[in-house]
Design a protein around this ligand. Sequence first.
Ligand SMILES: CC(C)(COP(=O)(O)OP(=O)(O)OC[C@H]1O[C@@H](n2cnc3c(N)ncnc32)[C@H](O)[C@@H]1OP(=O)(O)O)[C@@H](O)C(=O)NCCC(=O)NCCS
Length: 167
Amino acid sequence: MKSRRMFFPRKSKFEIGPIRQDALADCVAIHGKAFHRGWDENEFSDLLSDASVLSFAAFSPNTGHVVGFILSRRALDEAEILTLAVDARARGAGIGYALLQKQIEGLSMQGVTNVFLEVDERNKAALALYARAGFLNVGKRVGYYPSQGSLPASALVLRRRSGKGVG
Ligand SMILES: CC(C)(COP(=O)(O)OP(=O)(O)OC[C@H]1O[C@@H](n2cnc3c(N)ncnc32)[C@H](O)[C@@H]1OP(=O)(O)O)[C@@H](O)C(=O)NCCC(=O)NCCS
């Protein structure tokens, strides 16, 4: 069976830190390949300048380029994960999980007690990741994602109570 681990073996190091302005082009490229509707640099920039938005990126220690990122928006003691994506070549190396863990820790420190997100019910990798990180299914938005040539897919609404460690 072909391994999910591409050029980043499980033990390889990557650095996690804030998304810098000079990293936006990498984020746009990864986002555009990961999702049906990509975000441009202005959209990223607007979100990053919003005080209620928390974001982290994972950087390759070899190239300094972004290999994954996560953004969430907080409202009082709740937050929503807005996006999470890992470069397709770097998946399966623990980067998505590490970003999610860092985000939940950061939100917890800001007083967030419930983290929500929406995920396409067909997205097996993301569903497995979120289940492993302690998210539970609390709702469903039927026909939320339009898809060409087939019926629209539903979004599952997941919630994780923060304050507990991810793993
Ligand atoms: C979902 C995504 C962020 C996962 O990132 P990743 O860095 O590959 O995930 P990790 O290596 O940290 O995996 C952590 C856990 O998630 C689960 N998982 C991740 N990818 C998986 C896959 N393809 N199949 C099954 N389980 C998977 C596993 O439980 C894994 O733990 P394990 O390797 O110990 O079994 C990545 O696949 C991605 O960017 N997808 C496209 C964008 C997307 O769908 N984002 C989520 C939108 S809600």
